[in-house]
Each structure stands twice: as C-alpha cells, then as structure tokens.
Design a protein around this ligand. Sequence first.
Ligand code: MAN
Length: 225
Amino acid sequence: MFGLQGLVYQFEAYLPRSVREWIDQKLRDLRLLLIENGILAGSDSASSESKVVVDARNALKTAQDDLNGLTSQLSSHKDDLNQDYGPDGVFRVLKGQCVSKDSGEYTYELCWLDRTKQKSKKGGAETGMGNFIGLDSTHVDEGVSPDGKGLGTGQRVSQKYGNGQHCWNGPNRSTLVVLACAEKDEIWKVSEEEKCVYRMEVGTPAVCGVTTNGDPDGGQVKDEL
Ligand code: MAN
C-alpha cells in the first residue's frame, strides 16, 4: 500500500492542489474501507494482524475450548457407562449422595459408590475408610428391630470399599457395606470387625426387590412397604 501511495504522491506533485487534495481524500477513504472490512490492519491496532486474522484466531480458540469441553464430557460419560451401578443400575440414583451416622467417638460417612470415612467427634482430620471397589453379595444372619431396621437373614447385596488410609501397624482401611431394603437411605450400624476393617449395615430403597444369587430380595420388606 505504501508503495502505491508513494508513487501516487510523486505523480501528484505535478497536479493542481485541489486535485491533489481530492486524490489524497480518496486514498484515505479507500484505506479506511480496507481496514473496516478487515483486509488491512489499522495503523493504530496494537497487533499487526488484520481483523480477519484476529477473528479467525478467536473463532479457532472458541472452537478448541468447545471441543476440549465436549471431549472431557465424553470421557466422563464413558467412565459412567463403565461404572457398575448394580443389577438394572439400581445404584445410579445414589451416585453423588452421602449418608452419615454418629457412633461411639466417630461420625461415619458413606458416600455412595465413592468412599467411606470417619471423623472423630473431638475434631481433627477425617480418615478415609476405603474407596469404592465394586459390588458383591454377602450372607447375613442378623436380627431386625421392630422398626424394620436390620439386615435380617439371607443373601444381601454388598459394596466393597478398599485401599483407604493406611492403618498404623495394620492394613489400609477397608469397609464392607451390607445393604438391605428400607424406606430411606440410613446407616444402621457401624462396626470395626478387625483393626481398620469396618462393616456398615445400611438400609436403602435401592435394593428393594433386588435378587442376589437366587435369594429373594435385598432385605426384609417392612410391613408398610
Ligand atoms: C483410628 C481409627 C480407628 C482405628 C485406629 C487404628 O483411631 O481409624 O478406627 O482402629 O485408628 O490405629
């Protein structure tokens, strides 16, 4: 552009002033038009790139960000599909929810399909009692209290949580969560079977009617259910 302009200005020197001013104005208008349409970079623009290039770069960046977002969504959906949510996906509804119970000197917490933990009532950091490993089935022979809370007798759906926080002079903490049909999600009982090996007896509607190894159901069914 400068070359052409230079040539025109040299030639202009021989023209009358009014014509020179007219050409000058036309060149300015043309330059402005080119800048406005993104073909030429404005002299005042911080970068030397034309608007077209800047726009294209921004559009590419936006598209790349969108793609990255979608790729990570896809990967979490794939993880979700690979996760074992139990027979007919009965545990899917519990994902992301937690239940807790005070017992002895601790508050215990079960975050479904994620982890179990304990926290001392005296304060301090919480202790991981295991991360979700998978589903199992456990035979139980327990009582059921009049309010319907208890595992009863038979084969029950259970969940294994392992590789929790290491126990001094012992194993990494682990928890077996044994489930029975109940009206609402509730930890009934927590026990430490051996040092740092825990067992939670938990009621949940998620296992009502669920069969384990031919045994009729995920737990006793309360009269009112
Ligand atoms: C903590 C808790 C207990 C456990 C001991 C073992 O106090 O996790 O449940 O028995 O550590 O040292």
